[in-house]
Design a protein around this ligand. Sequence first.
Ligand SMILES: [Zn+2]
Length: 328
Amino acid sequence: MSDEMKALRTLSAKVGSDPLLVQAAGGNTSLKKDGVMWIKASGTWLRDAGAKDIFVPLDMPRLTAALAADDPACESCTDFVRQELNPSGLRPSIETSVHGLMPQKVVVHVHCVNTIAFAVQENGKALIGERLKDFHWAWVPYARPGLMLSRAIKGAIRPGVDVLVLGNHGLAVAADTVKEAEALLSRVVAAVQRPVRSLGTPDLAALKAKAEGTGYRLPEDPACHDIALDGWSCQHGCQNVYYPDHVVFLGTSIPQDATSGQPAISVPGAGVLVHKSAKSSVEPMLRCAGDVFRRLDPSARLKALSAAEIDQLLNWDAEKYRQTLNAN
Ligand SMILES: [Zn+2]
């Protein structure tokens, strides 16, 4: 393994262990070297990058040509895997086009909660633009990952751009070395920091009473409760979805009904409960919702995903595969 690949694995594990940057199987990293792009595999967790082999090799010339031609094979990018170098049989990330369209050797894509707190607002592009004046950045309007996101990036990217803000989604930075990519990520994350509100404290007695005799339990991470604690956050954050992984792992809402069978339910003013059968991705996604809303306030004009956008995410084969892996 090359020193750059070792460095990428180290950075990936570090970024993947920071809940303000990456939650569960979200986020991904890549390295282009000798005609091969090594990218995080779909459904794997970045935080495991140090201990497990989670990277898939793709044929870079074929991927580049396919992206330029808007080839439908870019929907999943599985056709471009160098199978002789891929004994694990894993598939590439569903966000491979982000990495393939940035020409730099190293790309780091994260679901940075500070970036998301800008990217879910109607005027998010203008607001984050004030913070990113000193960067070569571009705003990419929301598009479902895969071919649609690929088209949106092609419409937004310009030569020299090394920072992408993805509307209703997150952040990607790129550089020619892992060290430079890490430094750029740190500078962008510092530039987009937002004030953090306190949303209150959970009412554990009320939650325990609600859980009694149901299939739900208290979450292990107390930060999961935040999204349901104040009225404005609970109203918006539990009834709408603002970025893809929320709908994929938590569903279209965090309802109050304990017979709903949803991965999580909310008790307004008290906190949340998690279904006993919930996957390991559920608590990190609940925490993420609270982390985003703690960085928003009721004056923000929020832009939720539409019913059509949610439908595109839930009825997509590449996404169904990722969820299958995540269940194991
Ligand atoms: Zn993403």
